[in-house]
Ligand binder design. Structure first.
Ligand code: AMP
Length: 217
């Protein structure tokens, strides 16, 4: 089984949902840098307060901060991972390659979840999130409203403070200018490991596509 996997994709492309399912199915730990940062903000740590200056506006935190938080996570969890939301810049991708080179275990697979902007906006407008366990829900599908208890952990579901139209515009722009180059980077450095997935399909179909590729490689 492949044990070092990166999920790339725009906001609301289902990275977290797929990473959760894959983690459960294959026993590889899942980490979302966005969720780690939100948890730091919730707890009011100095790192969280530092990060909030960028996250609330829909901007990326500086590479140094993202690398710091992922380095601590890797030291605690070992060499297997499902990364959701990291790397988000070419600088972070280079850092990850260097960190893996020093351990002698390269990245296994990179999945790019592709979704058109209109569908991203539709999903974000309808999204409620649990800041404790990271689960997300389509409000209209489940009949949920703000404050309802998370079916998974019981914490109140909320609209993320960066799930608003202004911050989303920025996040989409940032995705195109700073994260799409990461796709080109892997297209050049690891073309046989990069797979594009149509994320507009249903959750089960997307999961099956990823599993099919995982089983073949
Ligand atoms: P996400 O939950 O993945 O949508 O991330 C939420 C926010 O956290 C992003 O809009 C960024 O502000 C920040 N963030 C998450 N991951 C990274 C990263 N790898 N590099 C820089 N900023 C990040």
């Amino acid at each position: 089984m492949k044990k070092r996997i990166v999920l790339l994709g725009p906001p609301a492309s289902g990275k977290g949902t797929q990473a959760d399912r894959l983690s459960l199915a294959y026993g590889v730990p899942h980490v979302s840098t966005g969720a780690l940062l939100r948890s730091e903000c919730e707890r009011g740590t100095s790192l969280g307060l530092e990060a909030e200056e960028w996250t609330g506006k829909g901007l990326l935190v500086p590479d140094e901060l993202a690398v710091r938080i992922i380095t601590v996570w890797m030291a605690e969890h070992g060499p297997s991972f499902l990364f959701d939301g990291f790397p988000r810049t070419v600088g972070q991708a280079i850092h990850l390659d260097e960190a893996l080179q020093s351990t002698g275990v390269p990245l296994d697979l990179i999945f790019l979840l592709e979704l058109p902007d209109a569908e991203i906006r539709r999903r974000i407008e309808d999204r409620l999130s649990c800041l404790k366990c990271g689960a997300t829900f389509a409000a209209s599908l489940h009949g949920f409203s703000d404050g309802v208890a998370c079916p998974r952990c019981g914490s109140p579901l909320v609209r993320r403070n960066d799930d608003n139209a202004l911050a989303l515009d920025r996040r989409l722009e940032v995705y195109k200018t700073q994260t799409m180059p990461v796709v080109s980077y892997y297209g050049k450095t690891a073309p046989s490991k990069l797979f594009r997935i149509d994320a507009a399909k249903g959750t089960d179909e997307v999961f099956d596509s990823i599993v099919g590729i995982l089983n073949r490689h």
